[in-house]
Design a binder for this molecule. Sequence first.
Ligand code: ACO
Length: 357
Amino acid sequence: MSGLDDIIAAETRLSEVDGLNGRLVICGHSLDALAGQRSFESVLALLLPDVLSSSEEAVRAELAQARLRAFREVARLDTDLLSLSLTEALRALMARLPDGEDKSVALLQIAAPAAFVPALIRAKAGRKPIPPHTGRSHAADMLAMLTGDQPGEEHISALDTYLVTVSDHGLNASTFTARVVASTRAGYASAVLAALGALKGPLHGGAPGPVLDMLDAVATPDNATAWVAGEISRGERLMGFGHRIYRVRDPRADALKSALGRLSAVGGMDASRLALAEAVERAALAALRAAKPDRVLETNVEFFTALLLEALGFPRDAFTGVFAAGRVGGWVAHAHEQIQTGRLIRPQSRYVGPKAA
Ligand code: ACO
């Protein structure tokens, strides 16, 4: 490959992914200073300072109102939509929202996945969706809309940590997609919808569901080494491992593993599930090191995402949608940043076809 792979497609003040040192910086803050320390709302204020209000409380109130507005679409759920996979149903609902480049569209886009995902989970299971509540934080309300109960503090904190951890991550496939669409001046809703399509794939945001399938297949810690070896020998990819940019451990995996440790310590999750995951992680890392000695394949964010979202009660087909509820902050922020440049993204391809006669 030529240097085409290395072309810088955007300048950003939003986040820096240092793949060699395993460091993620979001708006000048290292991930470990944000995850578990700052709320999702306060990180949104960092990502979108000239779109959203500057205080955490004001963003919380704006976002709550936007959840209410988004929830109106839930009244129009129909059986055709509910027969789709959860991510496709989310995509269909998101497609109904109005487009534009103003603040109200930006807020609606940021709020909508959090309002839609719990409603879709419930409606697909034949249960009545629960409307948002303006008195709650984004993470607390997502959990309340899922279960109908007031969530415990440890669960709220775990989901908030998750949303912050995945809120932005450089020019990943979905964020690049959002920037390309925003650069055409199509509007925030079009940018987010396209980004959601990119997120859906198993090589990006579609991996955590299959991580749980893997844990179920392994079943017990002492089975991990043999199971993993079988997969590698068949040339299968182990979901939740490897990353295009990180050549060391994904720092987001550690942020989520810490959140899981805190949840487990207060009895907020099944400790044996965490022990099984740790055994699978050890076996997978050893097998990948042996099979691909020249390629560093470490645990990525999706591995512990799977455990965390499972512990919070989200079904596995909703994991990509919950990921979208966090990453949408980054998508809208990148779309906004791209719009400010006033520049269309239009890369060149390198022609390798036959020469014209
Ligand atoms: N399990 C087994 N082998 C792997 C894995 C894996 N998880 N990841 C990479 N490899 C192997 C490849 O088969 C390839 O081997 P080869 O050279 O013999 O063909 C080699 O390592 C290099 O793989 P690439 O595809 O070049 O690595 P790339 O940087 O393109 O891929 C990716 C990154 C797509 C994430 C990959 O590691 C993967 O498929 N992982 C599993 C899916 C996953 O966890 N996705 C979530 C990513 S995190 C996120 O997007 C939020």
